[in-house]
Write a protein that binds this ligand. Sequence first.
Ligand code: SF4
Ligand code: SF4
Length: 504
Amino acid sequence: MQGAQLNAYRFSTESGNQYIFDNVSGMVIPCPDDVYYLITHFNDHEKNDIIGELKTTYNHKDAGGSYGYIETLIRNGFFYKDPSKRTSPVINEHTVLHTPSSALILIATEKCNLRCKYCVYSDSYPLIKSYSNKHMTFDVARKAIDYYMELHKERVKSGFKKAPAIVFYGGEPLMELGLIKQVVDYCRAKDPKTVFYITTNGTLIDDEFIRLAIENSIMVTVSLDGNEYEHDRKRVFKNGKGTFNQIIKNLTDFQTEKQKQGLEQIITFNSCYDSFTDICQVVDFFEEKRDMFSPFSVFLGEINPFYTNYYDDLDDLYSRGLLETDRNSLTNSMSKIRARFLDDIINDKTPSSTMYSIFLGLFFLKNRAKGIQPILNNSCIPTSKLSVDPDGRFYVCERVNQQFSIGDIDRGIDFDKVNRLVNEYVSLLHENCGTCGFSRLCEVCFMHFVRDNELVFNQEFCEKRRTTIPKILEMVYSTLEANPRAFDNLLDYSFHEAYEVLIK
Ligand code: SF4
Ligand code: SF4
């Protein structure tokens, strides 16, 4: 136990009951003051002193029994860990062949026909480079696919079960429909089981793409921020005009064609919100459109608040009276929707899938609390996804596609670069997160540390998680006190396969 430090977090529910989250095992146990005293003093006090204190100060009737219970847990590795132990995994060919997922993400173009206010390529994110006219040639795509398919074949020999997955990303990938068609044909010829995904702004969905998507079961993700006001204040054409009506028209054509053919091809929506969003209106919008969109799923995500002036610009718009909502809209509407959600699950009613998507974090929280904590925390293993830019350079992720190249289509994965990146990341985790009492619940990954061309610990992100994770723990366990089965359905909730591929 030498050098071991407490690695746990104590919290209370609304009813005042106290629990401790053991960050080492992921377990939560009731933790009144006497148990907390026992756990926190176990390593630096004698057994008899602790038992004596439990009897006198805490009036404990079975101090010896409680001591034995906590002793068993601690001897089995619970609650304490040695923060000085730092291990960095080595990524090599073997790791690459044994990653739990596999996808090739083609950045088909860095061009876009829109100028969304929160786009990472826009002036709102000064540290990230801007739009460019670069697009991927078929030659680059072909080499990337050849490399990936070979890798995939080896993965399959090592027991990997899933089909190869190709993701079209941008800029706006539908500006390169010709390339997409060539890629689909090429991949089909190489492996007919290949699955395709595309993330699009939806404005360029036309009959030609609809045919292609239907014939090849392409999983389509459309960025749609909710109702017309909410969407159009953020997602606009280059001339500043909102894109909502164009997208709805295109989606109507797409969905009508699928329904005509009796297809159950799911569509996914990426919906982004900021502090001025009325999330109730967003949920109601998707629910009202249920007949038209079904089957569909929605992923709601906060617009990246780090290293950006997007939120300052919003404040400016608000002060000039140009926004219909105020900066408390999100907080207020989130409380309402949370109350609706909790009321449903406490009373064994099934909340709408859109509501579920807001609280998806709970699902991940449940999952992260299980099993052995990965060395990279919750970051995916570099090389499980390979993102390729129009110049043929490989990156760890489509969201970190301009910094930290880890190889290219001619030379393949550069393991020295991958391991340098991993080491840097692990050392930031070690320095900053080593004693965090709920690090296994935090979704920190490479993406959060990327600043310009270096990895830097993101203090702002950390502070945010340190505020929200305890609130989530409190909410989850207050709910479980009211209904121990409340979250059971979350595990059955069927997730769109695209997301499964993209998250890890
Ligand atoms: S559609 Fe995507 S790439 Fe284009 S401006 Fe909007 S956020 Fe940026
Ligand atoms: S980023 Fe902050 S909250 Fe997240 S694991 Fe690290 S220290 Fe904990």
